[in-house]
Design a protein around this ligand. Sequence first.
Ligand code: 5AD
Ligand code: SF4
Length: 445
Amino acid sequence: MNPTTEKKVFMETFGCQSNVLESDHVSSLLVKDHFSFTNEINDADVILFNTCSIRAHAEDKVFSRLGQLGEWKKQKEGRVVGVMGCMATSYKDQLLERAPHLDMVVGPDQYLKVPQVIREASQTGKSQVLADFDPIYFPENDVNRLSQPHKAFIEIMKGCDKFCTFCVVPFTRGREISRPSEDIVFETQKLAQAGVKEVMLLGQNVNSYGLGLKSRGKTITFSELLREVARVKGIERVRFMTSHPLDLPDDLVEVMASESSVCESIHLPVQCGSDRILKRMSRKYTVEHYLERVQKLRSSIKDLFMTTDLIVGFPGETDEDFQGTMDLLEQIRYDAVYSFKYSPRIGTVAARMLDQVPEEVKDERLARLNELAWKHAAQACETRLGKVEEVLVDGPADKTPGGFYGKSRQNRTVVFLGDGYRTGDMVKVKIDRHKVANLYGTVQS
Ligand code: 5AD
Ligand code: SF4
C-alpha cells in the first residue's frame, strides 16, 4: 500500500488570488500523490496554512492558529504542520523558533516538493525549510483536476520590481519574472479544450508583463499577450489582475476595448489621492496621471467596472492628504474599493518613517472612506437596473431556493430563478433589483 494512502490534509488559505491559485495547485499535486482532503482538523493528519504577509493582521491570524496546534500534534503520531506562502519566505527558519512544533516551511517557488516534504516530515519528525526563489517555476493548472470546471486562474508573472515603500511583496515574492508567453497561451488552449470559458491572468503587476522577457527572439508586451489569450478558441471571457497605473499604455486600453472576450473590468490600485503621499509611497505617478488614465479607459470602454485599493494612515498622512483621497473617490466613484489601514511591515522603507499615524486616526479615516465608497458602490449597482447582463453560471444560489448565481461581464454577482442550469452556462438576465452589491434578475428567453 502506498504510505500516503490514508493521509488526510486540512488546508487553509489566506491572502490574495495568487495564494488561491497556488493552494489549488498544491492540492492537485497532493491528490495525485494519493493524499485526500478533509475540512475537519481533528480528522486530519496534515495541516497546511498558505499564508499572506501583506498586513500584520493576516500574519497574526496564522501565528495564533499555529499556537493552538501543539496539542493537536501530540494526539496522533506522524502528524505534520506546514506553513506555505509569503510567511515562509519572509520568516524562513524564524518560523520554527516561534512555532517549535512546525514541521515544514515551504515558499511559493518550492511547491512541487510539498508531497515529498510532508512524507519525510511524517516519517522522520525532522523540520525542513525550503524558501528559495526559482525563476523557472510557475504553477500550472491540472486540467484533469480543475477546482471549477468553467473558470481558471493563470499565473503570468510573479514578484515585483516596483518597491513601493509600504509593500513587502518584493521581499516575499522576489524580483519580477514573466512566464514565457507560449506557455501561457498553451495553458489557455488546454483549459479551453477542457471546457473552461473564463480565464483570469494573475500577477502582482500583470501589465508590466514582458519587461525583459525575450520570447521566440522578440519582446512581448502585456497588450500583445492579452490579445493572444483573448483569441484562444473557446475562451469567452478574459480578466486580469493586478494592474499598476504606471504601466497602462494606450495600446492596452485599445486591446481591452476591441477584443470582445476581454471583460469590461479593471482593478487599478491608486493607494491614495495625495501627490505628497504618493511620492513617499514611491508610486511614481501623480493623481493627475491616474485621473488621465481613468478618463482614457472610461472614454474607450463602455460600462467599465472599476475597482481600486486604498491605504489610509500611511506615515505622515495629514487631514489634507486624506481629504485628497476623499476628493479622488468623489471624482472617480469606483464600483468597489478595497481599503486598508496602513500596516508597518518589517524590512520596508515606510516602516522606518518616524511620523507613523496613530491607530485611532486610521480607524476614523477608514470608516469615513468606507462610508463614501459604499455609497458609490450602491449607486453604481442602481445603474444596472433594467439592463440585461450576460451571466456565466457558477451554480445554485445558497440563500435563494430555486435560484442560481453567476457573474456578469463586469464581475458582479447576479442571482436569478430558474430550472436546470449548470455551472458554465451562459444566461441572459434582466436586472430588477439589487441588494448591497448583488444584482437580482429574471432570465430572458
Ligand atoms: N499596509 C496596508 N495595506 C497594504 N497593502 C500593501 N501593503 C500594505 C501595508 N503595508 C495593500 C495595498 C495593495 C493591496 C494588495 O494591499 O493597497 O494594493
Ligand atoms: Fe499576501 Fe502579497 Fe503574498 Fe499575495 S503576494 S499572499 S497579497 S503578501
